[in-house]
Design a protein around this ligand. Structure first.
Ligand SMILES: *Cc1c(COP(=O)(O)O)cnc(C)c1O
Length: 419
């Protein structure tokens, strides 16, 4: 067992070293309650190590991880290529300013453009920051190329785009807005998967439509066949940019490198973050050339954006996804997982629907889902619940059928006890 020595008193009196204690999980958790801002409802485990699809807590207890840091660890925990890239880069150069050219940043940008619709990439540090950048770019492009009065962005009900003021406003879910008024002006909300609503909503003020090709936080909501293609056509007809937020579903999560590839269309701008650097904080804006030209030196920036450490990890992560058959595995075991969940649905009437693509799968219940997450945790399996009643499964893309069987079996046992 790993033992932690902490000078507790040091936190209060910098010169007093008398009070030394061994910290167990409980002690860490109470220290967390005391000092870490209370913005998360946490599960009572402290994770200290990870490898592949597994994580371990301080007591050495092993968990099967079907959350993957919320679609961040798509390659599994501590993928050796990512670890090596971080170690090598950390010993060489961790950070310099974007005043200078940065080798891994250029490599990652070229790789992303080579494997997507994009011609240019802007790097930042998170999903929210990527979406902020996309919205700024859309406004600037529209003002310059379409008309001064074009600034409004249309987003979808049940969307999630981040927690900064602008991305929070873009997120059309009231529960995230509470207490933060006044929100940003210039947004309009419409129902997801309703092409008639888009047609009606676009007017002379609209500069962009922004959406997730599959809604993640909103409950793993997939659009109907043809919706995204119709959306593309309407945006083209009306001179409006189409922005895809693939922060959660990009980087192989749906079985293709990017979710838009399933529909045979391309967005004008696409945002990435979560899994892009295998767990190192990063965000990116993938942009078509004619739009990218609206960003000139000084128009937008980020101190850490595209720094050597993050982008070196990104190059390793992207290369691993492409070279190690992860997309194929994601499609195959994703389909298998979907069928297994469908079978469970047939057995338990309180399961309403199974939906998703690749390895982002949701199971909507007619009852509360959060207690199920706690029950699964007791069986050493990490899953997530969103919207209160949608169990969400986001295993690493390297997950095996045997591991899926294990989760499905445990889920069946938990459900049996409830019904
Ligand atoms: C997680 C997420 C974000 C926000 O990303 P952060 O890195 O937490 O800012 C934005 N959009 C989608 C679709 C997400 O899933």
């Amino acid at each position: 067992m790993i033992e932690y020595l902490v000078h507790c008193n040091f936190l209060f009196h910098h010169s007093n070293f008398q009070w030394m204690v061994r910290m167990d999980s409980q002690a860490w958790m109470s220290l967390s309650e005391k000092y870490v801002a209370n913005t998360y409802a946490r599960y009572p485990i402290l994770l200290v190590r990870g490898k592949g699809t597994r994580v371990w807590d301080l007591d050495g207890k092993e968990y099967l991880d079907f959350v993957s840091g919320l679609a961040v660890c798509n390659l599994g925990h501590c993928h050796p290529k990512v670890v090596k890239a971080i170690q090598d880069q950390a010993a060489k150069l961790i950070h310099v300013s974007n005043f200078y050219y940065i080798e891994p940043q250029i490599q990652l940008a070229s790789l992303l453009c080579g494997h997507s619709f994009a011609d240019k990439v802007f790097f930042c540090n998170s999903g929210a920051e990527a979406n902020e950048g996309a919205m700024k770019l859309a406004r600037k492009y529209a003002k310059e190329k379409v008309g001064e009065e074009r600034y409004e962005i249309i987003t979808m009900e049940r969307s999630f785009h981040g927690r900064t003021l602008a991305t929070l406003t873009a997120t059309a879910q009231e529960k995230y807005h509470k207490g933060y008024a006044p929100l940003m002006p210039g947004f309009k909300y419409i129902p997801f998967n309703d092409i008639g609503a888009v047609k009606k909503a676009i007017d002379s003020k609209t500069c962009a439509v922004m959406l997730e090709p599959i809604q993640g936080e909103g409950g793993v909501n997939c659009p109907s066949e043809g919706y995204l293609r119709a959306l593309r056509e309407i945006c083209d007809e009306r001179g409006v940019l189409l922005i895809f937020d693939e922060v959660q579903v990009g980087m192989g999560r749906t079985g293709k490198l990017f979710a838009y590839e399933h529909d045979g269309i391309e967005p004008d701008v696409l945002t990435l973050a979560k899994s892009l650097a295998g767990g190192v904080p990063i965000g990116a804006l993938l942009i078509k050339k004619k739009i990218a030209d609206s960003f000139k030196p000084g128009d937008h920036a980020s101190t850490f954006g595209g720094n050597p450490l993050a982008t070196a990890a990104g190059v390793a992560a992207l290369t691993a996804i492409l070279e190690e058959g992860m997309l194929k595995n994601c499609q195959e075991v994703g389909d298998y997982f979907f069928l297994q969940l469908e079978e469970i649905k047939e057995k338990f009437p309180f399961v309403k629907e199974v939906r998703g693509k690749g390895l982002i799968l949701g199971m909507e219940l007619k009852i509360d889902g959060s207690s199920m997450v706690h029950e699964m945790l007791k069986k050493n399996i990490l899953i997530n619940c969103t919207m209160g009643n949608v169990l969400r499964f986001l295993p690493p893309l390297i997950v095996t059928r045997e591991e899926i069987d294990q989760v499905v079996r445990a889920l069946g046992e938990v459900f049996k006890r409830v019904s």
